[in-house]
Design a binder for this molecule. Structure first.
Ligand SMILES: Cc1cc2nc3c(=O)[nH]c(=O)nc-3n(C[C@H](O)[C@H](O)[C@H](O)COP(=O)(O)OP(=O)(O)OC[C@H]3O[C@@H](n4cnc5c(N)ncnc54)[C@H](O)[C@@H]3O)c2cc1C
Length: 438
């Protein structure tokens, strides 16, 4: 459904200067902000009065639709939904969703995490109840400064058709796909990041090519590999890893406490060098591994093929891609063993980059504001504990990041649901106009 038409566009555009806050991105993090405000209206508490506009690039709410594959599930507790850690009584909880859908008892019998399909449906269910101030199909193209006497007095959020003038923005625009430089010249229908996975497969129709390379060792890599093996019986798939192959994610109870609010306090007060070390260590709890059931599926696949005398999934350990060239029949890839340096050339038809996501030191949307952004010694944003970006020479302007603060707040505050609800509350309550502003 295209939500653009659900709203009277003119009613937004009449008041282009009249928004207290413009939020960019209405994915889970942006929706969590809207939930804080809706809950506040019900409780007659702060920050119900703030006039906020949400801009969303997509035409609908789907949670990572390009990897919405059957058999995948969420890797966090359903209690870490858009609201429960902040307000277990909120009507936007996963429990309320189950109740509304009449699946409460059957969900309890599942004895497994919610599937990604169900979680995406939950996010859409919430979104549809809190999106009345949201313009879908409206990407923010750039944010420009309004300057008086060298001071930053306001911000202009530019979309294709309109410009919104405000003093406060929140960036809830998510992390960006990481594409290793070598592959940039070839990006397209046959060389793509997993953030385009299903659309690209769809373009091949029934005739999926035979020879594939999937680069990466994390969850998106394992899920793409499993999906491709399901889709073509006689596939040849090179799964390329610097490590010995797919590793298990860190599932220990104690290490996974990095996803708690106390750890954010701890992380935020560290210096930059220590933060980097801490992040490197905590990666194993999220990005660097896969679930035991996926590891079992992949290992069994290789094992069963050996019984039949065939090899469709070739795990390439200790390998890195050192060269990529287009050939008459596809792409010639040079793999080098990271220890011995020995090289091998393979040829494939399609390359899938399961190379994860990254957060720029300065988000692209803030490029034009650089003279007013205070920066840390690494050239990144200085982000306060309440997610406000430190600024220089400004008058009443505030920029908040909602999910773009991995470097300053740690792993749980970026690519995870764990602290989304509490972060949304912190941001909403510190916005000017909130009665609890600090
Ligand atoms: C395949 C996959 C599975 C995952 N599974 C889990 C999981 O199980 N548990 C977990 O905790 N985390 C998981 N994650 C991490 C994930 O980042 C978070 O779950 C969550 O999606 C983060 O929400 P977000 O709103 O910050 O970012 P996103 O989900 O990326 O949403 C950002 C939104 O901003 C919009 N946007 C971007 N730029 C603009 C612009 N210029 N103008 C307007 N709109 C814009 C986008 O269209 C999007 O809707 C997963 C990530 C992936 C890729």
């Amino acid at each position: 459904m295209d939500h653009t038409y659900l709203h009277d566009r003119d009613s937004f555009c009449d008041n282009k200067s009249n928004y207290d806050v413009v939020n960019v991105g209405f994915g889970p993090a942006g929706i969590a902000l809207a939930c804080v405000q809706e809950d506040a209206k019900e409780n007659n508490s702060s920050p119900q009065d703030i006039k906020m506009l949400h801009l969303e690039k997509s035409d609908d709410t789907v949670w990572h639709g390009e990897l919405l594959l059957s058999g995948t599930d969420i890797n966090h507790s359903v209690f870490r939904d858009l609201v429960t850690p902040r307000n277990p009584r909120s009507r936007f909880s996963f429990a309320m969703y189950l109740k509304d859908k009449n699946r409460m008892f059957d969900f309890g019998l599942l004895s497994r995490p919610a599937s990604r399909h169900e979680w995406s449906d939950y996010i859409r269910w919430v979104s549809s109840q809190v999106d009345k101030n949201t313009l879908f199909s409206t990407p923010a193209k750039e944010i420009l400064p309004v300057v008086e006497g060298g001071e930053l007095h306001g911000l202009k959020v530019v979309t294709e058709h309109d410009t919104y003038l405000t003093k406060n923005i929140v960036l809830s625009s998510g992390s960006q796909p990481h594409i290793p430089d070598k592959f940039l010249p070839y990006l397209g229908e046959r060389v793509f990041h997993t953030s385009h996975f299903l659309s690209c497969l769809k373009r091949f129709g029934e005739a999926l090519p035979a020879r594939w390379l999937v680069l990466g060792s994390g969850q998106s890599a394992s899920e793409s590999v499993i999906e491709l093996l399901k889709r073509r019986e006689d596939i040849t798939l090179h799964s390329v890893h610097r490590s010995p192959g797919f590793r298990l994610t860190q599932l220990g109870h104690f290490p996974n406490r990095v996803f708690s609010p106390e750890h954010v306090d701890y992380f935020h007060q560290l210096d930059n060098v220590s933060r980097r070390k801490f992040l490197e260590w905590s990666n194993a709890t999220n990005y660097a591994g896969i679930d035991p059931d996926e590891s079992q599926t992949l290992f069994s696949f290789v094992y069963e093929d050996r019984i039949c005398g065939r090899e469709r999934l070739l795990i390439r350990p200790y390998s890195e891609v050192v060269d990529v060239r287009q050939s008459d029949n596809g792409y010639k890839i040079t793999l080098a063993d990271i220890f011995s340096g020995k090289e091998e050339i393979i040829e494939v038809d399609v390359i899938v980059l399961a190379t994860g996501y990254q957060q720029a030191r300065i988000p692209a949307l803030l490029t034009q504001l650089q003279p007013w952004l205070a920066q840390d010694q690494d050239g990144g944003l200085l982000i306060e504990r309440n997610y406000r970006v430190a600024l220089r020479e400004t008058k009443g302007v505030n920029i908040y990041v909602n999910g773009l603060s991995e470097r300053s707040h740690g792993i749980s505050d970026s690519q995870s649901f764990s602290l989304m609800a509490l972060r949304a509350e912190k941001i909403m309550k510190s916005l000017p106009g909130s009665r609890e502003e600090n």
